[in-house]
Every structure is written in C-alpha cells, then in structure tokens.
Design a protein around this ligand. Structure first.
Ligand code: AMP
Length: 280
C-alpha cells in the first residue's frame, strides 16, 4: 500500500503526537524525490532501526544556486509513493513551500568551515539552504533519528555539525553510496543525462578508483590527479570542479590519506554536474 501523504505541518504534528507521547523512535529520511535505490536503502535502514519512519520529499528552492537546475529537477511524486509502498513506512511528508518558508520567513542556518570547501566553494548558498531546511524538517517531524547518504558526504558532515551545534536531539546516520552496476553513483540528476552522456558518466567513478589504486601503490596524488583529469576531459567531461583528498572529520585538504580520508570529485558532463566520493 502506498503510504499516507501529508502536506501541512498541522497534519504532520497531529499524526506524530501519539508517537511522541509513547516515546517511539521516529526515523526521518529527507529527500528531494525522484527516488532511486540509493534513497530506498536509507528507507530500509530507517525501517530497521526505528519504530516509525517518515520520508520527506521537498525540492528545496533555497539549496539551488542555479534557477535552471531548480526548474529542471525531476519531480515524480506518484512514482515515488509507489516505490515506497513495499517498505511499510508510516508517512510521506510532502510539504507545500509555505509549510517550510511561510511569509516573512527570515532565518538561515549557516555551518561555517565545513562549507568553505568542495561543493560549498562552488555552489554559493547551497549548504545554508540545506542546513536550514534540514533543521526545519528535524523540528517539524520530531525525528529521533535521521538517515543520510554518504553519496553527499559533505552534506552528511554539515548536517551532523548543525544538529550538534543547535542541540537538536537527532542521531544522524550515514549510509553507504548505492551505485549502478557500472559504478555510477545513483542520483536523481542521472535522469537528466542523455543516452550518450549516460554511457560516459561511469568514467568519473572509474578514474577515482584508479587514483585509489595508485595511492595504495605509493604513487603521488598530484600525478594521479593530472592523469585522471586528462582522461576525464578526453571522455567528454567539460570541467572538473574538484578532485581532492580530504579528511573525513573536518574535510581538511590532504595530499595523501594519512588519516581517515576520502577522495571527492565533482565534474560536469553534458551540462549535468556529477559528484562522487570514495573512502581511501
Ligand atoms: P536527494 O534527494 O538527492 O537530496 O538525496 C536524499 C538523500 O539520499 C540524501 O541523504 C542523499 O545523500 C541520499 N542519496 C542520494 N543518492 C544516494 C546514493 N546513490 N546512495 C545512497 N544515498 C544516496
């Protein structure tokens, strides 16, 4: 059965009040919809860990720094609800924009430091939009637990920091990246790739794995990076925004994985910005 859909905060509060009264755990999976198996793996983790599960779908205008990207973003609510049917979730919360940003809304949550680098450096305002909407979704749902993908590792760390700093008592769980068989990280934006670009897209992950192998053999990152960028450009990627080793905890820049670290990449292919990261 498809889950009950709620669209307003009063309805959400009414539905969750009895759960809170019974001190049931409430797991929330925030998404922007166009659900794929990556999202569904978070739903599964939430279902396994929590008494109640709420999936949210909100295409958050404040985290889009490019209006065309917001317009193009896939919206597939009916199909999303159908995909959720087999998970037995308790609620699908699809707030109207006014539920999140009512008239005269004036507050923004900024997480400093972690957002200066990687996507934060390339997408002005993006993480303020993310931190603000996630804080609101945590407070609106009364979540005890929340599930985020390592696919967006920087986002995961920003959300963790935000929850701790604002004393929002939500345990933030990170879940592994789910990939297509050819290695491409699943993403709603993959729907925007042409057939031709789709066949080239897995190159990004392949080059990242190649760098990881090189590092494991003791090769210098600089040279590995240069070779990978050249091959990506030859494969049709038009720009590499970043291809960097950074520490897991503070996202500090490293030239080798001398402490727990990941390789992070963002690159443009046929007008679509792909991001990925892998542990080193
Ligand atoms: P989005 O709808 O893109 O905002 O993503 C919603 C949540 O799903 C975020 O926590 C993402 O990190 C997570 N997610 C997106 N793609 C994947 C994936 N391929 N594997 C695991 N989690 C993912």
């Amino acid at each position: 059965m498809t889950p009950p859909v709620l669209r307003t905060l009063p309805d959400l509060r009414a539905a969750t009040a009895p759960w809170r009264a019974r001190a049931e755990s409430i797991g929330v999976v925030p998404t922007m919809g166009a659900l794929h198996d990556g999202h569904l793996s978070l739903v599964e983790a939430a279902r396994a860990a929590c008494d109640r599960v709420i999936v949210t779908i909100f295409v958050n205008p404040r985290q889009f720094n490019d209006p065309a990207d917001l317009d193009d973003y896939p919206r597939t609510e009916a199909a999303d609800a159908a995909k959720l049917a087999r998970f037995g979730i308790d609620l699908l919360y699809v707030p109207d924009a006014e539920q999140i940003y009512p008239p005269r809304f004036a507050t923004s949550v900024t997480v400093a430091g972690l957002t200066d680098v990687l996507c934060g450096a390339h997408r002005p305002g993006h993480f303020d939009g993310v931190a603000t909407v996630v804080a609101k979704l945590f407070l609106q749902t009364g979540a005890t637990d929340a599930f985020f993908g390592e696919k967006d590792f920087q986002q995961l760390q920003v959300v963790r920091r935000m929850a701790v700093d604002l004393d929002i008592p939500v345990a933030v769980h990170g879940c592994p990246t789910i990939r297509e068989i050819d290695g491409l990280a699943m993403s709603s934006r993959n729907l925007l790739l042409s057939d031709r670009a789709r066949t080239r897209a897995p190159r990004l992950h392949a080059e990242m794995e190649e760098i990881a192998r090189g590092l494991a053999q003791g090769r210098a990152f600089d040279a590995l990076r240069r070779e990978a960028v050249a091959r990506l450009e030859a494969a049709g990627f038009t720009r590499v925004d970043y291809l960097e080793i950074r520490a897991n905890d503070d996202l500090g820049l490293l030239d080798a994985p001398t402490r727990p670290a990941r390789l992070f990449a963002a690159a443009w292919l046929a007008g679509v910005r792909l991001i990925d990261n892998i542990p080193l």
